[in-house]
Unconditional design. Structure first.
Length: 386
């Protein structure tokens, strides 16, 4: 224990004496936490500009425009005389889309001739395009229902009979886990841990690569009593003390300050975060042992960390990926962290129900125990090359 403590203190001194560690382990992770949560603090974007092309110019069409402008996500920025001008404005990026009401729409609706209104959205901006498409389609369906209800009333139908004809089936939808459809809840709970794991990968690789670059590997082994496993875990423990502190700040901020859904309780998420930290450290150790060159090791760490965001399942479901990618997804610690978060924080299941993902993170964390011989070799026999 004395030699292990000596290695831990040695590593803490190295961390405190280099600006690279201060930035990568304290400044950058905390900035990322507040950056991602602040840019999405309102949950969803509001008042996104669209255009209107109203060639009908009747009280009915103007009422349709007013109702469209009342939607939370929509702000009618400008009216255009024709579709060409509105299309050019969309292509310039002045607006995200436009709504087109052709001439004669009201007259055709009164005659039951099925008038056609059109709406166009720019799906280059996937979030804006999706939200505007949903609202403009909803407005079109409401307008169609209002026109049909007016005709039914004219034919003597009662209000109940008209509503039963227009909407025979009422849909009652519930968004499980994120009922307010808050994009920050959806993204921050995976993006921030993913960024943290990316930093852990790179700092773990950098700390061991620095021993190679500075030719201090033998001094590290001497400090550990010539025990490579003790030397390895001494470095990792020193880093883990800091990383777990950063992870605790993240957990308390999201679930204690911002009050994001956490049905399993903050202590459970602290445990999940600690597992994620240990797993990322184990993966980082494997990276530098597999490619014992600071340059190649850091390239491996950055590549693996960036791919984690896509293959974790938060943006595109893993079950819809190619079977080979579905198998590779198990090799990324963020994937298992994401599944633990969904099962525990969102669904409220006991962590024992998600034991396969706990076992997977523990397996990553125990990877350094398989590499003491390799670690000794790279610390003593590999010379640094520019």
């Amino acid at each position: 224990m004395r030699t292990l403590l000596h290695v831990v203190l040695r590593e803490l001194y190295r961390i405190s004496s280099k600006r690279e560690y201060w930035f990568s382990m304290l400044v950058a992770p905390l900035v990322c936490v507040f950056f991602f949560t602040s840019i999405m603090d309102e949950g969803l974007p509001h008042d996104m500009p669209i255009g209107i092309v109203d060639q009908d110019c009747t009280p009915t069409s103007r009422n349709l425009v007013r109702n469209l402008n009342s939607f939370e996500h929509i702000k009618i920025a400008e009216a255009y005389p024709n579709v060409t001008e509105a299309r050019k404005a969309t292509q310039r990026g002045d607006i995200y889309g436009f709504y087109f009401i052709p001439k004669g729409t009201t007259k055709k609706a009164n005659r039951q001739e099925s008038p056609v209104v059109s709406f166009y959205t720019n799906y280059t901006f996937i979030v804006a395009g999706s939200l505007l498409y949903k609202d403009m389609r909803t407005m079109s369906e409401l307008a169609s229902g209002a026109a049909g209800r007016k005709v039914l009333y004219a034919r003597g139908a009662s209000e109940k009979g008209a509503l039963g004809f227009l909407q025979p089936i009422v849909i009652d939808s519930h968004a499980i886990g994120n009922p307010t459809l808050n994009y920050s809840i959806y993204l921050s709970n995976t993006l921030i841990p993913g960024v943290l794991m990316l930093f852990i990968f790179m700092v773990t690789v950098y700390s061991m690569g620095a021993e190679i670059k500075e030719s201090t590997g033998e001094a590290l082994l001497r400090a550990a009593g010539d025990n490579p496993l003790r030397a390895l875990y001494g470095k990792l423990i020193a880093h883990a003390l800091i990383w777990i502190g950063i992870g605790a700040i993240y957990v308390f901020y999201l679930y204690g300050v911002l009050l994001y859904p956490c049905y399993c309780g903050i202590p459970t998420m602290l445990g999940v975060m600690a597992l994620g930290v240990f797993a990322a450290q184990g993966m980082g150790t494997l990276m530098i042992c597999a490619l014992p060159s600071p340059r190649l090791g850091l390239s491996f760490a950055s590549l693996w960390g960036v791919i984690s965001f896509s293959i974790s399942g938060m943006s595109f479901p893993v079950m819809a990926m190619h079977p080979i990618l579905q198998s590779l997804a198990w090799l990324f610690p963020l994937r298992h962290y994401f599944l633990l978060y969904v099962n525990c924080a969102l669904d409220g299941f006991p962590i024992i129900n998600a034991w396969p993902y706990v076992i997977a993170l523990l397996a990553f964390a125990l990877l350094p125990a398989l590499l003491p011989t390799r670690f000794r070799n790279i610390m003593t026999k590999i010379a640094y090359k520019q």
